[in-house]
Design a binder for this molecule. Structure first.
Ligand SMILES: Nc1nc2c(ncn2[C@@H]2O[C@H](COP(=O)(O)OP(=O)(O)OP(=O)(O)O)[C@@H](O)[C@H]2O)c(=O)[nH]1
Length: 200
């Protein structure tokens, strides 16, 4: 069976949140743990890509550190894909660690769509309130062969993940549960999510 790694990027600084958002607890679990719960059914090995600072990771997860810290999610992606490839994985599901509503069902959908028409990456997408398609690069399936071009782009000074991805062969797909793609960046977003929950 093909090896599909599960990679969670969790090396950010959470400046807008003001405290480490990967360790915020939603429904009894940290956001980092929730991302791993979503990929665990389909993926092994499980890798957490931290920046340079150690963080708690689930027991079955291998913690890695960015090859060069402080360069943002594109470096986390390059580090995670290189480590996944070194462990024999041709593909990796890549998630951020700030997705309170992410589900294994969405991850399963992405893998099924990827297999139906492979590309270098398949990104989940939803629609903005103006109806424009919006891709979520940190909810996606990636060929681990992108590790090298991502590293080369970083060497050239590129930091913007979407600019790098737009230069590659990528596909986007709308998922059936767009709320699952909501990520939290600020205390206001976190509070409104908690409000949503208390109404449920
Ligand atoms: N490994 C790694 N992950 C990162 C890095 N920067 C951000 N991430 C992760 O990528 C995801 C999206 O991060 P952002 O919200 O864009 O950045 P952040 O640094 O966490 O937050 P801000 O400081 O508010 O921008 C989160 O899961 C972060 O933990 C990085 O330099 N390395």
């Amino acid at each position: 069976m093909a090896v599909i790694a599960g990679v969670v990027l969790a090396g950010g600084e959470s400046r807008r949140m003001g405290s480490d958002k990967t360790q915020l607890v939603f429904d009894g679990k940290t956001l980092m743990a929730r991302s791993f719960d979503a990929i665990r059914p389909c993926c092994s090995p499980l890798l957490a890509v931290l920046g340079s600072v150690p963080r708690a990771v689930p027991e079955d997860v291998c913690a890695l550190y960015d090859e060069v810290p402080g360069q943002g999610p594109l470096r986390g992606l390059a580090t995670g894909l290189a480590a996944a490839r070194a462990r024999g994985a041709g593909l990796a599901v890549v998630l951020s660690a700030d997705l309170p509503l992410i589900t294994a069902a969405v991850v399963g959908e992405l893998l099924a769509v990827f297999e139906a028409g492979p590309a270098e990456a398949l990104l989940a997408s939803d629609r903005t309130s103006e109806g424009r398609a919006r891709a979520h690069p940190l909810v996606g399936v990636y060929s681990t062969e992108l590790a090298e071009p991502a590293g080369a782009a970083l060497e050239r000074g590129e930091r913007a993940m979407m600019r790098f991805l737009d230069s590659r062969s990528i596909r986007k797909t709308q998922v059936s549960d767009p709320l699952a793609l909501s990520n939290v960046n600020t205390p206001q977003q976190w509070a409104s999510l908690a409000g949503l929950r208390s109404k449920a």
